[in-house]
Design a protein around this ligand. Structure first.
Ligand code: SF4
Length: 369
């Protein structure tokens, strides 16, 4: 398999180290001096690394940084992981907890907001800290990470609430846990008769694809069916290693993989980029599921795209590519109101016995009822 990386560090480690997810975690880049070994930082990036450090940690795997353009500060990988001074700007609509996850927390580490679903935060750690993270109020901070006692309280809560049909393992990144812990937690969840499905939300297929290995796939297959939702935002992230490990997830792990992208200004807010991303995902066996409007989390307004622009981009995409590759554009309402679809309006006029539609090309079609 071809290893894709312009990363100088890759040349100084063996292939087996490079493909070892624990090596990637242990060798995460967290400091300016280490970062400078890989890319030429702009003065703005260098300044923001220091000024934003207190607000949200910086960290990236060597693998993910290896996808970045060392010379271009506007590279879509760099924009996702390297702080910018705009993160210090807090706008009137920005919130620490935009989805009101903490105020619907019956036991530590569990958000139970919708009757049939519960979100379970298993870790505060991620391989890469995405600058637009909705949970930056707690992700990257070691305090408050749920422990074994909290896990048992959460499992007891799930057992006692028969209205819960789905548990979503989230974080931080739940794949940061060892295979044996995941095996234990999945086993306990699957033993609860009223739990219909278990979903894992992880960005490791993007930022640390070597985490997907045969050992993990054995655990996931054992607890079939498991759904994995990942978060690819740009076609540059679809590397040969990703392709190999997604195939492994499907064939060895029997896992169904879907993608939730975030619409991000300067990173993917164009018809061409998203078309390439959605087709690229489908090609390697990942169903594009949602395109999310960026949440109103503090210090992320520079990433937000106006909703009208997002709707127009999706309208053009829907006309161009197969429906299988088109996700649903949604906004998760600030304050905990839930997801709302953001469809384009194709209905131009309702007549007494017909409807008039305008298609993606602007042509009018009339159908009766
Ligand atoms: S992987 Fe997810 S939880 Fe972790 S920093 Fe990125 S967006 Fe936040």
């Amino acid at each position: 398999m071809e290893l894709v990386s312009s990363n100088p560090k890759q040349k100084s480690v063996s292939e087996s180290q490079w493909l070892d997810w624990k090596w990637q975690i242990q060798n995460r880049i967290k400091e300016e001096a280490e970062l400078e070994e890989y890319i030429h930082l702009s003065s703005e990036e260098r300044e923001a690394l220091h000024s934003c450090a207190e607000v949200f940690s910086f960290s990236t795997t060597p693998y993910y940084l290896g996808l970045a353009d060392p010379k271009d500060p506007n590279c879509p990988i760099r924009l996702q992981v390297i702080p910018r001074k705009e993160e210090l700007h807090v706008r009137p609509w920005d919130r620490r907890d935009p989805l009101a996850e903490e105020s619907h927390m019956p036991v530590k580490g569990v958000t139970h907001r919708y009757p049939d679903r519960a979100l379970w935060y298993l870790s505060h750690v991620c391989a890469v800290y995405c600058r637009f993270c909705t949970r930056k109020r707690k992700v990257s901070q070691s305090f408050g990470t749920p422990g074994l006692e909290d896990w048992n309280d959460a499992l007891e809560y799930f057992r006692n609430h028969s209205e819960i049909k789905e548990v979503i393992l989230s974080g931080g990144d739940p794949l940061n846990l060892s295979d044996s812990k995941l095996d234990y937690l999945l086993g306990e969840l699957k033993a609860i008769p009223h739990i219909n499905q278990v979903r894992i939300h992880s960005r490791y297929p993007v930022t640390l694809p070597m985490r997907i290995n045969s050992e993990l796939c054995t655990v996931l297959r054992k607890h079939y069916p498991v759904y994995l939702i990942t978060h690819f935002n740009h076609p540059k992230e679809l590397t040969p290693l990703v392709k190999e490990r997604i195939e492994m997830l499907a064939k060895e792990g029997a896992v169904t993989v879907l993608n939730q992208a975030v619409l991000l200004k300067g990173i993917n807010n164009s018809v061409e980029t998203l078309t390439e991303l959605f087709y690229g995902l489908t090609k390697i066996g990942i169903k594009p599921h949602y395109l999310h409007q960026c949440d109103e989390v503090f210090g992320s307004s520079h990433f937000r795209v106006p909703i009208e622009e997002g709707v127009e981009i999706m309208k053009q995409i829907r006309g161009r590519i197969s429906g299988l590759s088109v996700p649903l554009y949604v906004v998760d309402l600030t304050g905990g109101g839930g997801k709302v679809p953001l469809p384009a309006n194709y209905l131009e006029e309702t007549k007494s016995s017909s409807y008039v539609f305008r298609n993606y090309k602007g042509d009018l079609y009339e159908i009766g009822f």
